[in-house]
Design a protein. Structure first.
Length: 223
């Protein structure tokens, strides 16, 4: 995903009338993070913007709407700290475009220029198109990761269930208990020794622990 965002910045600088480009994305907790910047100078400005909690990028993310700052030198009242810092870094104008899909804003594409004036309409349209493509790719990436995590969790749950059944069978066979009583004995032993039930069952199933070594059924040492 970082490679994609770096490529997005590079293409914006190459194809559009901008000096530098950067991308901010929202972390799972909702806080914006600087993910990629086309220059170290812009990265410093963007980090300051997040710290100051003011500026076009922050405002764009909050509103989900494009923010055009054609003259940063005239915005010292709107963004007093950010505007001064950006101008000191050599930037005179900035445009921030939302990275948004179906009303959900995940970040902002930030375009800075050393010249006064906002981007021309065709450049803004092209930049928003690039931001939209990147947004779709990022959301698909996140969805794939979520699906992968879910599949892993389901697989682990299924494997744990198989291991527990194997352990129940071994305990039942070794102790002459029915499978429900065998399961109670496994849980009883796990509680007594502060063990995860799946870990205990895996040791039984793998032969690392003899089923007859389990604590006999009775009051647990801890609740």
């Amino acid at each position: 995903m970082v490679d994609l965002l770096i490529l997005l910045n590079d293409r914006c600088v190459e194809a559009l009338d901008v000096t530098a480009a950067g991308v901010m994305l929202a972390a799972p907790g909702g806080d914006l993070q600087v993910l990629a910047s086309s220059s170290a100078a812009l990265r410093a400005v963007e980090l300051f913007e997040l710290q100051a909690e003011e500026g076009p990028c922050v405002e764009c993310y909050r509103t989900g709407e494009p923010v055009i700052a054609a003259d940063l030198t005239a915005l010292d009242r709107r963004w007093p700290r950010f505007a001064r810092r950006a101008v000191e870094a050599g930037y005179r104008s900035a445009d921030s475009l939302p990275m948004r899909l179906r009303g959900h804003t995940i970040g902002a594409l930030n375009l800075f220029r050393t010249a006064l004036g906002g981007l021309a309409a065709p450049d803004l349209t092209a930049a928003q198109a690039l931001a939209d493509v990147a947004t779709i790719a990022i959301i698909q990436h996140r969805t794939a990761i979520d699906a992968h995590i879910l599949n892993d969790q389901l697989s682990e749950a299924l494997n744990s269930r198989v291991i527990i059944e194997q352990a129940k069978g071994k305990v039942s066979q070794a102790s002459g208990l029915d499978v429900d009583q065998a399961f109670d004995r496994l849980r009883h032993h796990a509680r007594n020794h502060n063990l995860r039930l799946t870990d205990l069952c895996r040791n039984i199933a793998d032969g690392a622990l003899n089923p007859t070594a389990l604590d006999p059924l009775g009051p647990s040492r801890r609740l």
